[in-house]
Design a protein around this ligand. Structure first.
Ligand SMILES: [Zn+2]
Length: 324
């Protein structure tokens, strides 16, 4: 909060510019600005936010009151599940209706009990749908605003010859189907990728409607999981009978937590030793660029740009997992 307040001045600053100065997620930054606004210490004006210069103090009592009200709301949601009275009466009482009447239609009013049974056929169809691997990784097309403030010379749209194509991941970390398996793998030791996940990668490759078949594989190097990523890129090359053209070794990351796009991009901007890439100018088709996890997407964006700049005509990002 104090960091956000200190970043404000009497000149309007956009949220995007503020993101380059405070390492907070967009959501959290906007929430803090709203609080500072309602406390009179910040103000939204044309072109962004200004500090009013008014002294700001943390109102402990008020925030404790709000926290207690939120706790009561959470309890009310739990009570709603187990209530023996009409559901609508319960909801209307929550909204301070002094005289609610039963709706006559809800499960309590009609005495209906919904069965949790599911037919084997429906369960099998749902399981097949959940186990089908493959989600799209949408490539980043715009650089975050204000990167020049962080010393990084990019703005606006990514150049056409630096873009990645839409990629694929086996699944999202939050998926019911593959999520648990992928979360376990990425939280586990730096070991070879197990065969069930390699099979899933093969199914993703088989189902990929790319415009042109890839002609080679480039792996991303990793500081934290070097063996797993190396193994993954090698196995994909073997399975697809494609040459492993090279890897992009990690060159380090700027420290910090990198909560927003601008900070995240700045952290990975010089994250790879691009000199280690071979000349890819002679290729007549796309390169599969392999990583374990695509989170904000900036690592993949910066790596794909490096591979394009080394001469690859197109880049197809392939990852085990997509965050979110
Ligand atoms: Zn009812």
């Amino acid at each position: 909060m104090r960091q956000t307040l200190a970043a404000l001045s009497d000149q309007p600053l956009s949220t995007a510019v503020l993101e380059t100065r405070v390492d907070l997620s967009r959501t959290r930054l906007e929430m803090l600005l709203k609080v500072l606004d309602s406390d009179g210490a910040a103000k939204r004006v044309k072109g962004g936010w200004i500090g009013t210069g008014a002294e700001w103090v943390y109102d402990r009592e008020r925030h404790q009151r709000i926290a207690a009200a939120r706790k009561a709301e959470q309890q009310a949601m739990l009570d709603y599940l187990g209530t023996r009275e009409c559901r609508l009466v319960f909801l209307r009482r929550q909204l301070d209706d002094p005289d609610p009447t039963p709706c006559g239609r809800c499960d309590v009013c009609t005495g209906t009990v919904w069965s949790p049974e599911v037919s084997a056929e429906v369960a099998a169809a749902a399981a097949e749908r959940l186990q089908k691997p493959g989600v799209e990784i949408a490539p980043r097309k715009m650089w975050p605003s204000g990167m020049k403030e962080l010393g990084i010379p990019v703005s606006g749209r990514l150049k056409a010859d630096e873009l990645a194509e839409p990629g694929r991941a086996v699944g999202r970390l939050s998926d019911i189907g593959w999520g648990t398996r992928l979360r376990e793998l990425l939280a586990g030791p730096d070991q070879p990728v197990p065969s069930d996940l390699l099979d899933a990668v093969v199914r993703v490759l088989a189902g990929w409607d790319w415009a042109q078949r890839p002609v080679g594989v480039v792996g991303l190097g990793s500081r934290t999981r070097p063996h797993q990523l190396d193994h993954l890129a090698r196995r994909i090359a073997e399975i697809g009978r494609l040459p492993l053209l090279g890897t992009l070794p990690p060159a380090g990351e700027r420290p910090g937590t990198h909560e927003n796009s601008a900070q995240r991009l700045a952290a990975v901007w010089e994250g790879f030793d691009t000199a280690a890439l071979p000349d890819l100018a002679g290729l007549d088709g796309p390169v599969l660029l392999v990583d374990d996890l695509v989170d904000s997407g900036w690592t993949m964006t910066v790596a794909a740009r490096a591979v394009r700049r080394a001469g690859a005509p197109a880049v197809l990002p392939l990852a085990l997992a997509l965050a979110g």
